[in-house]
Design a protein around this ligand. Structure first.
Ligand code: FES
Length: 299
């Protein structure tokens, strides 16, 4: 039956602050999925293609998890969809899978996740843990009310129970209502400084996923320390085919400016070679268009 092949929403969970998790039937995607990859969702016929990083998948159940922050016109409308509704189509998995290295001894892989950056971080973090790496998750939220996946029976909590000391979790909130007050950069800076004095776990690499400004801040912070830093740039894609140019990222390689595309060269790119000064205004330009579209659609 064709109807059964449609990517039907089998579960919907309101996480916090307009962020919704969908469990969607997509057995082929689930089977092929690798940490760091994304899918292209066509929510309805003639709709806008939405690239979404895989937040989780279940091969046996034949489902994938997608987390959508209701920000743009399409994402706000997607978040109104209900269990039993189906998307017009899902293509994927797309993009390059995360590069996984085994880090021995006293090293740790640090993830900095800003808000809705936590879902795309989750499968990558889990892959590192399964490989045997020590992981430090620094997960930042606006305030206590915006927390999700952090409870004992939720994803991060379950990973903590499964991996014990192999996973250290630090929460930050902008207002200090939960965890450390401030941004994810705070605890990371402390770790970098400690490393300089030969203290604490040695940071093997940093993976930053979140708003572009946050990823830039992390990149600027780690650069002088020479710590490998990866940014996941899924947030800026439009068609995700390498054609529209929306996700163009100017990077500098051997002193030369090169154009990379987050959708086909990424979504993960070396944060230290990104020309953030040129890249960030591009992002804001799309944000302005999005605001316009939101007004037109009455959001
Ligand atoms: Fe259009 Fe990458 S999203 S070229």
């Amino acid at each position: 039956e064709l109807g059964q092949l449609k990517p039907t929403i089998v579960d919907k969970i309101e996480l916090a602050g307009g962020i919704v998790e969908f469990v969607v039937r997509a057995p082929m995607v689930a089977k092929a999925a690798q940490a760091g990859q994304f899918v292209r969702v066509l929510p309805w016929d003639k709709g806008e293609l939405i690239p979404l990083t895989l937040a989780d998948w279940d091969v046996e159940a034949g489902t994938i998890d997608l987390v959508v922050q209701g920000m743009g016109t399409s994402s706000l409308e997607i978040n109104r969809m209900a269990i039993g509704d189906a998307f017009s189509g899902i293509a994927g998995p797309l993009g390059r899978a995360s590069e996984l290295h085994r880090y021995e001894g006293n090293q740790t892989v640090v993830f900095t996740a800003g808000g809705v950056g936590l879902p795309p971080v989750y499968p990558i973090m889990r892959a590192h843990l399964r490989l045997g790496n020590h992981v430090t998750l620094i997960s930042g939220f606006r305030a206590k009310d915006f927390l999700f996946w952090t409870g004992e029976q939720e994803r991060v909590g379950k990973l903590q129970a499964e991996f014990g000391d192999q996973l250290e979790v630090i929460y930050t909130t902008n207002d200090g209502s939960f965890g450390v007050k401030g941004f994810v950069s705070g605890p990371l800076e402390e770790m970098l400084k400690a490393n300089q004095q030969g203290k604490g776990r040695t940071i093997a690499e940093v993976i930053a996923i979140g708003p572009p400004l946050m990823m830039r801040a992390i990149s600027d912070l780690t650069k002088p320390y020479g710590v490998k830093t990866v940014a996941s740039l899924n947030s800026i894609m439009v068609d995700a085919t390498g054609m529209c140019g929306a996700c163009m990222v100017p990077v500098t390689i051997d002193g030369k400016m090169v154009r990379k595309h987050a959708c086909i060269d990424g979504p993960e790119l070396d944060a230290h070679i990104i020309d953030w000064d040129k890249f960030l205004p591009r992002f804001n330009q799309f944000k302005a268009q999005e605001l316009d579209s939101k007004k037109k659609h009455g959001f």
